[in-house]
Structures are given as structure tokens and as C-alpha cells.
Design a binder for this molecule. Sequence first.
Ligand SMILES: Cc1cc2nc3c(=O)[nH]c(=O)nc-3n(C[C@H](O)[C@H](O)[C@H](O)COP(=O)(O)OP(=O)(O)OC[C@H]3O[C@@H](n4cnc5c(N)ncnc54)[C@H](O)[C@@H]3O)c2cc1C
Ligand code: FES
Length: 382
Amino acid sequence: VNAHPLTDLFDHAPAVRAEIARREAEGVRWNDTRRTVELLHPGHLELTVTAVVRETATARTFRLARTDGLSLPPFLAGQHISLETKIGATATSRPFTISSSPADLGHYDVTVRRVAGGRVSNHLIDHVKAGDSMRSSGPLGTFHHNPVFHGDDLVFLAGGTGVAPAMSMIREIVGRGLPRRLHLVYGSRRADDIVFAGELAALARHPGIRVDHVISEPDAGFSGHTGLLNAQTVLELTGPLRGRMVYVCGPRALHRLALAGLTGAGHPRRRIRCEADGLLEHPEREPGWPAGLAPQEPVQVSVGGGEGRPSPCGRTLLEELEEQGAAPRAGCRSGVCGMCRVRVVKGTVFQPAGTRPRLSDERFGYVNSCTAYPVTDVEVAA
Ligand SMILES: Cc1cc2nc3c(=O)[nH]c(=O)nc-3n(C[C@H](O)[C@H](O)[C@H](O)COP(=O)(O)OP(=O)(O)OC[C@H]3O[C@@H](n4cnc5c(N)ncnc54)[C@H](O)[C@@H]3O)c2cc1C
Ligand code: FES
């Protein structure tokens, strides 16, 4: 690669040059934009599972490589992919954060924990094995470090597999020797639920990394920090936050607790970033849900004037369209990315606060189908 000598002034210039050379060897031609975009940002990724690693009794890491042997698209630590799967006759997807480092584009790791009654998490853990083929989106999402706005002194509050983005960030900091500090405060129910326990202990020896575990249901004799990840516990461990960027990823309850507690303690809201929340367990408990309407109540959902099918009104439009084989592609499944937009031509949908589509979508009748609940009979444009 012929590089201007000035590029030597940039951090990691040799690594960037190596990456450019590798991509060129894989067919990228920088003066051919279409080819470059197709290779670096493909609409879909065809993947092969190269290994499945048991992390805890309920969590597995799936190592995924591109089936064509090329390098995977670059991503920012904290981003996720939308993993597509077919369960019975239904094609569906779920977002999973990439837990491996962006420095290694030979594979993406995703770390999946069982959810009681969950369709995809249990399907992956029980049935997917090394050698299987999978499909996914490219890397998605805005829950990642931004060196310009976030600075180099970071706090990460994680619960359960919410540690995955932190793991990717920490692996990158240590692997690339970045001049960045990250203090992970990681809540788990029991000590044996901690994902990546051994590797985190080793990474915490790096001068920029500190890891504290907080266990909510400790065994007798446990001597570490216990309780819930509330603001008091967090501040005791981190000390004053003073403008540090705080990332939060885990169960919805952790997001609420962290937001209320930390802003209540004076930390500005703009210095707290929460990952997308995913599917609501009880949409009928959200403000604005039609009074007296039970989530099992059936409504008719049809596409393009077709006959339609009865669907419980507590099921999202996206899930129902997946059952009908008429679903749009989906990314975050949390009402954030807008990939799953559909146009509602008849009927009313309930959209929980915070998942409102853009103003132009509202004006033209589009909704994010992953967070839209059909509370009357609904027809969606084909
Ligand atoms: C941006 C993003 C990144 C994510 N990254 C990861 C990851 O790295 N690893 C990982 O294991 N999961 C991750 N998730 C969650 C994942 O996408 C699925 O939602 C989760 O695996 C459950 O899917 P399921 O099909 O098994 O459950 P579903 O069949 O979709 O849901 C079954 C029931 O469980 C509830 N539920 C759904 N998700 C959860 C949950 N996470 N915890 C508790 N209850 C739930 C639902 O409300 C429903 O009542 C992420 C979610 C988002 C939005
Ligand atoms: S999939 Fe992201 S908004 Fe629906």
C-alpha cells in the first residue's frame, strides 16, 4: 500500500495499512465504490458456526465466520448483528451483540443466554452446532464508544449477557493497547452465572481495565459485593462519575434503575447510554394501552387486502407478519433502528412511549412493526 508519509502520524497506522492490504487481497477495489460496498457492507452475511463454547450453565458463545472465507465487515465494539433463524415454518431474527474484538475480523462471537420460554435463545443453545450455516445482517446499532464525544474514561454497567458489548470494548482496549480506561461493574444473580469470569479476571490486570462483580443472590460465604446494581452500589465502586460516559446494558430493570439512580445523583442524562431494550414482556402494562383490553384478545391482521389471520393483540405486528411469512427485515426489534417499518392502511396499533417512529413515518402511516401492537383489526400494505 502506497501511503503518504503523513499517515505515519496517526495512531495505529500500520494496523490500518495491514487492513487495507488484506481487503485488497480479498477483492476490494477502492476506486469501485459498488464493489467495495458489496464486500465491506453486504446486505446479508452467510455464516458458518465454527465453534460453540459453553460459558455457564445457561450461556453459550457461538463463533461465526464468513462462509466464503473472506474477512467480516468492520464493526464498532458494542454493535450487534441480527441473527436469522427458522423455527418450524417461521423465519425470525434476534439481535445479538458481537462479544469478540473488532480487531479480529476473522470471526464474530455472539454470546447467548437462555430466556425462560424464549424461542430463539433456546433453539440456538439446544440445536445449533459447529458446522451449521446461519444468516445475519451486517453490524448494526449506535451503542458503541465514540472517542470524540465519549472521552477515554468509561464506566460500563452490565447485567447478564449485557456484558457482551463491554467484553468487545475491553478486548479491543487490551488487544490494541488503546489509551482508554473502562471500569466494568457487572451484576449477576449468582457467582456461577458470571459470563467470561476467567477472561475478565485476566483482562482486569491491564492498567486501563477494572472489573467489579456484584452478586444479587450470593452463596453463603461469598465475600465480594452483593445486592442490586443501584446507584449507591455503583457510586461506591466507581467513585464520583464527573462527566465519565456510563454505558448500561442488561435487563430493562437495570436500565430504569441506572437512569433514575444516576441522574438522581446528579450525573447528566447525556453522559448515560442505554442499549436498546428488546421485546416488552407486558405491553398491556404500558401507559396508553387501551383500558380493559386483554393481551390475548384476538384481532384480525391482514396484508395487502388479503384474508388475514387472528392474532393476539399483545403480539407485535412483526411477530404476526413473521407467522404469515410476510415480515420485513428486522434489526434491533426494539423500535429504534426503523428497519422493520410497515405501512398500516387500516386499523389502530399501540406503540409504547419511547418507540415512536419518525415524524415523517407518522405522517405517512408507517410504524416500526417490532413495537406496534394491533389493538383493532389491522391491515398492512403489501
Ligand atoms: C440490541 C440487543 C442486543 C442483544 N444482545 C444479546 C446478547 O448478546 N446475548 C443475549 O443472550 N441476548 C441478547 N439480546 C436479547 C435477544 O435478542 C433476545 O431477545 C433473547 O435471546 C430472547 O429471545 P427469545 O427468542 O429466546 O425469547 P422470545 O421468544 O422473544 O421471548 C420470550 C419471552 O421472554 C421475554 N424476553 C425477551 N427477551 C428477554 C431477555 N433478554 N431477558 C428476559 N426476558 C426476555 C419476552 O418478553 C417474552 O415474554 C439482545 C437484545 C437487543 C435488543
Ligand atoms: S427492528 Fe429496529 S425498529 Fe424494528
